[in-house]
Design a protein around this ligand. Structure first.
Ligand SMILES: Nc1nc2c(ncn2[C@@H]2O[C@H](COP(=O)(O)OP(=O)(O)OP(=O)(O)O)[C@@H](O)[C@H]2O)c(=O)[nH]1
Ligand SMILES: [Mg+2]
Length: 259
């Protein structure tokens, strides 16, 4: 099969958790569905956002699924209330696997992660035979929004160093929320085991990748500041992430690489 045929048929689901992202979601959907990947599906996991993101997502379903394609281009998972980033990803990824996705991407709704990297991530995954590809701010060529002040840069740098040191990992961007997973990698991780919410969800998943001996590639990305709206990951989430790192280390102390 030619590479272009493969890319036309590839079943890739992009899971995006949303809480109050009504202004960002239509643009994200358009950018994702414009990519040269007709088998790409967007799965929105919304927590009954007060700004009506859930209703916006349903309008997008009507708009983009009307063309009669076999696999819906957009699906929505509505949850009753704000239950955290980690559980949103677990539920979304589980649904993506149940629906037969071969590849699952995870990213934020706010354009911090540009959709244009997705074909590149898929290409790298296939060429390198990787289990997971990480869109990384902290490998050579990666960069942060110029608008980030010194304090924010320091906190992000510190969070990375902290979790890398405690967990003894080589991954450069431990809190990266932009990843592409091979189906089998998520099955091997066992999503039912994941306990972390917030930033520590990313740390727990990264830790399991290394512990299980996954083939992992970090590609450089430019991380933009959110375009519209406010951050949902507040101080309590950051504190939770700090102590969860120790919990992750303890919980998986007997875990061995997959054969
Ligand atoms: N479903 C769901 N989505 C969430 C929750 N918390 C955050 N999100 C989404 O997770 C993504 C990341 O959250 P952000 O608020 O952008 O976190 P952040 O990138 O650290 O903060 P900013 O730098 O301000 O963007 C966004 O798409 C949010 O809408 C939640 O409890 N439930
Ligand atoms: Mg963000």
């Amino acid at each position: 099969m030619f590479a272009t045929d493969f890319l036309r048929q590839v079943r890739l689901t992009v899971v995006i958790p949303t809480y109050n992202e009504a202004d960002n979601l239509p643009g994200m959907a358009e950018a994702l569905l414009d990519l040269p990947l007709p088998g790409l599906q967007l799965l929105v996991v919304d927590d009954n956002s007060p700004d009506g993101t859930g209703a916006v997502a349903e309008e997008l379903v009507q708009r983009y699924n009307a063309c009669g394609s076999a696999r819906p281009r957009i699906a929505v998972l509505h949850r009753a209330g704000k239950a955290g980033l980690g559980t949103a990803y677990v539920e979304g990824m589980r649904k993506a696997l149940d629906d037969g996705a071969d590849f699952v991407a995870q990213m934020d709704a706010d354009f911090s992660h540009s959709p244009r990297y997705i074909p590149q991530m898929l290409g790298v995954m296939l060429a390198a035979g990787a289990d997971v590809v990480i869109g990384s701010r902290y490998v050579p060529g990666g960069s942060l929004d110029e608008g980030w002040g010194a304090w924010r840069r320091f906190i992000s740098w510190w969070a990375n160093l902290y979790s890398r040191m405690i967990l003894g990992l080589r991954i450069r961007d431990m809190t990266a929320g932009f990843k592409l997973w091979r189906r089998q990698a998520l099955l091997d991780i066992g999503l039912d085991n994941i306990r972390s919410n917030g930033y520590s969800f990313q740390v727990e998943m990264a830790y399991l990748c290394e512990k299980l001996g996954f083939r992992l590639v970090e590609i450089p990305i430019h991380f933009e500041d959110r375009r519209i709206g406010q951050s949902k990951l507040d101080i309590p989430v950051k504190i939770e992430s700090a102590w969860r790192t120790w919990q992750i280390r303890w919980r998986y102390r007997h875990l061995h690489r997959r054969p």
